[in-house]
Design a protein around this ligand. Structure first.
Ligand code: PEP
Length: 251
């Protein structure tokens, strides 16, 4: 399985021209990359413009969605994201949880996204700088309540310790590895070992090109969710290339 590197542009950049410029530089820089699956999650208003100028190797995702369509001012549905060319949707990001999004809402969103055949990227992570299995288990239990076993192959978990997001204070490789194992144990307890092993687990939090590959090689993560560093095309391209190089077995 190729490692998955997801760019979360958050609420950036401010104009379509800048979004196109950033995207074109990333696209150009990654045109020969085959061993890493790259997903760009821009603000949804840019999706059409970027998709029109893309190539097959780059996939797209949304940063959020709502669980219903109809009279919900300001919301966007999974179906709309799908029609704009998305295959993935980030859900439950800590920046959205901070705005009041509950595990119950995240659960409804995950179900709505899966129903549309899209892949939800469920963000979980502890608030204080200490991994607490109970906190993570509660987040997973709440968000994944009554999910169809057959949908699990489309589920992606992003372990994003809240204290590591946008702080230049990433989780170290050893702690990320421990968190990865704990998350896998919880998933196995919920869904059984054989189903749980198909779920991808990513790391996110203050990533940069110098450290990114370590989370794949040492922490055994299946991929990365990149915030700030994905807004600098040169840095993001370097990061993806280092991940690709990390997969080449040493002689
Ligand atoms: C994120 O917001 O998902 C994230 C990982 O941000 P950053 O890389 O900036 O810490």
């Amino acid at each position: 399985m190729k490692p998955l590197v997801i760019a979360n542009w958050k609420c950036n950049p401010v104009t379509t021209t800048e979004a196109k410029r950033l995207f074109n530089s990333v696209k150009e820089g990654l045109k020969n990359i085959k061993d890493v699956e790259v997903v760009i999650c821009p603000p949804f208003i840019y999706l059409l413009a970027l998709k029109a100028n893309s190539h097959k190797a780059i996939k797209f995702g949304g940063q959020n969605c709502f669980f219903e369509k109809g009279p919900f001012t300001g919301e966007i549905s999974p179906q709309m994201l799908k029609n704009l060319g998305c295959q993935y949707v980030i859900l439950g990001h800590s920046e959205r949880r901070a705005l009041g999004e509950s595990d119950e809402m995240i659960n409804k969103k995950i179900k709505a996204v899966l129903k549309e055949g899209l892949k939800p990227i469920l963000c979980i992570g502890e608030k204080d700088q200490e991994f607490k299995t109970k906190e993570i288990k509660n987040q997973l239990r709440g968000a994944l309540s009554i999910i169809k076993i057959s949908d699990l192959e489309n589920l992606i978990i992003a372990y994003e310790p809240v204290w590591a997001i946008g702080t230049k204070n990433p989780c170290d490789f050893k702690d990320a590895k421990k968190a990865n194992s704990s998350i896998r144990e919880i998933l196995a307890e919920f869904f059984g070992e054989s189903m749980a092993k198909n779920i991808l687990v990513l790391y996110g939090g203050s990533l940069n090109s110098e450290i990114a590959a370590g989370y794949i090689k040492e922490s055994k993560m299946d991929g990365l969710l990149v915030g700030g560093a994905s807004l600098d095309a040169e840095e993001f391209v370097k990061l993806v290339k280092k991940v690709a190089r990390a997969l080449i077995p040493s002689p």
